[in-house]
Design a protein around this ligand. Structure first.
Ligand SMILES: [Zn+2]
Length: 416
């Protein structure tokens, strides 16, 4: 098993053009004493939408690391893969996010459920966990229900894991994450405990786990929900993880992974407090926020860059239904708040960047426009060279926005 560094930060390079600007944020953070490992993550879904290959993400990351002289670790995440999609990620990746969200709820073999319950009497009754004031009261029926809901998913995760081990020719060179975030109902801390016991039984050396938390983790915008409830749940999950490491022999580096973690400004203070208090690690995925900064940069550049940013918005608005469909569980767009293409066409650079740049206190900020553009990267992909050339023509302004967004709005509030 490759040990996962304590703080890892997922960045997304949708068009294999932003790795330098992203890595610059990690270099600047390191100067401030923040030691974070970049993990370039791009899901199968994103590769399919763009028509790219994981090997291209690898090339861009390797090049940025070499050009900027980064001597720290860095990883490449096969994000949200399953048995049918993992193969093209095997060679270039060293971090695998096994996505079993779709398998939650699929009935496990009744004899497997019975065997799980028989093996884990410690999960039934009053379960005290260090760091959680109220012990969990878990009945046999609760364990049975949770096992019925999640056991099959953990078995499928094991099958993906074993497939990767076979394809990689060993267990030594990669980090394993299990993700369950893209589903409708959140997992409670007692459920997480049962899930971790099941994952340990399956022999998966997971080092990061992405549960679905309560509240909405919409793409590219702030958390929607009660931050204090999130804080309690996050703290309880950390305690459950520490307990599961001890009880089930899971890897000591096991930590929480926050998916759709970019731009969740209202909960960053609680995450920061929790990891500083407990010494726990953290993995946070912030992929799509980077592509939005490319658009901010184009808009800020004015001229043809601004014209292209307007064109992308107009097309995204036109294709809204199709663009939103793959992201239904992680966006919430209020149509009535979306400006018309005509209105946006009349905007200045400042009007566009005010609407898109994630500064919630700016009266011009529009979270609905931001979410639409977040899922609108397919439009840029369809523009092919025109889009890439625009990024190159305006590289300085684009890079300034990409780096500044990661460093100032994400890394500093989380880790400084
Ligand atoms: Zn996710």
């Amino acid at each position: 098993m490759k040990t996962c560094p304590k703080y890892t930060f997922g960045v997304g390079d949708r068009f294999a053009n932003g790795a330098h600007a992203q890595l610059t944020a990690f270099i600047e953070a390191k100067k401030l004493g923040i030691d974070i490992t970049p993990v370039w993550n791009k899901s199968n879904r994103e590769h399919n939408i763009i028509g790219s290959e994981p090997s291209q993400t690898r090339e861009a990351a390797d090049k940025a690391v070499a050009d900027l002289g980064w001597t720290g670790e860095y990883l490449l995440d096969a994000d949200h893969i399953n048995l049918s999609t993992v193969d093209r990620f095997v060679a270039p990746c060293d971090f695998f996010t096994l996505d079993v969200a779709d398998d939650i709820g699929e009935a496990a073999d009744p004899s497997d459920v019975a065997a799980f319950i028989a093996k884990h009497p410690e999960l039934i009754g009053t379960v005290s966990i260090e760091g959680i004031s109220e012990p969990f009261e878990i009945t046999r029926a609760d364990v049975e229900k949770t096992a019925n809901q999640f056991l099959k998913a953990t078995q499928k995760a094991a099958a993906i894991y074993q497939h990767i081990v076979a394809a990689k020719g060993g267990v030594d060179n990669f980090v394993t994450e299990v993700s369950m975030d893209e589903t409708d109902s959140p997992q409670t801390p007692p459920e997480l405990l049962v899930i971790l016991a099941a994952i340990a039984d399956q022999g998966i050396p997971i080092q990061t786990i992405a549960p679905k938390f309560t509240g909405r983790f919409n793409k590219g915008v702030d958390y929607v929900g009660d931050p204090l409830q999130f804080e309690k749940e996050f703290n309880d999950d950390l305690a459950v993880i520490a307990h599961a490491i001890k009880t089930y022999g899971l890897p000591p580096a096991l930590k929480l992974s926050v998916h759709s973690g970019s731009d969740k400004f209202s909960i960053y203070p609680y995450i920061k407090k929790a990891i500083q208090r407990t010494g726990a690690g953290l993995h946070i995925k912030t992929a799509g926020t980077n592509w939005l900064e490319e658009i901010v940069g184009l808009a800020e550049s004015g001229g043809e860059g601004l014209a292209l940013a307007k064109k992308i918005y107009a097309k995204a608005l036109e294709k809204k239904a199709a663009l939103c469909e793959p992201y239904a569980t992680v966006i919430d767009i209020k149509d009535s708040n979306l400006p018309s293409a005509e209105e946006v066409n009349g905007w200045t650079s400042t009007q566009y960047t005010d609407a898109l740049r994630h500064i919630p206190t700016n009266p011009g900020y529009n979270a609905d426009l931001r979410q639409l553009l977040h899922v609108g990267f397919k439009i840029a992909a369809q523009l092919e060279d025109t889009y890439i050339q625009a990024l190159k023509d305006n590289s300085e302004v684009v890079a300034k926005n990409v780096t500044g967004n990661l460093l100032d709005r994400h890394m500093k509030p989380l880790f400084l």
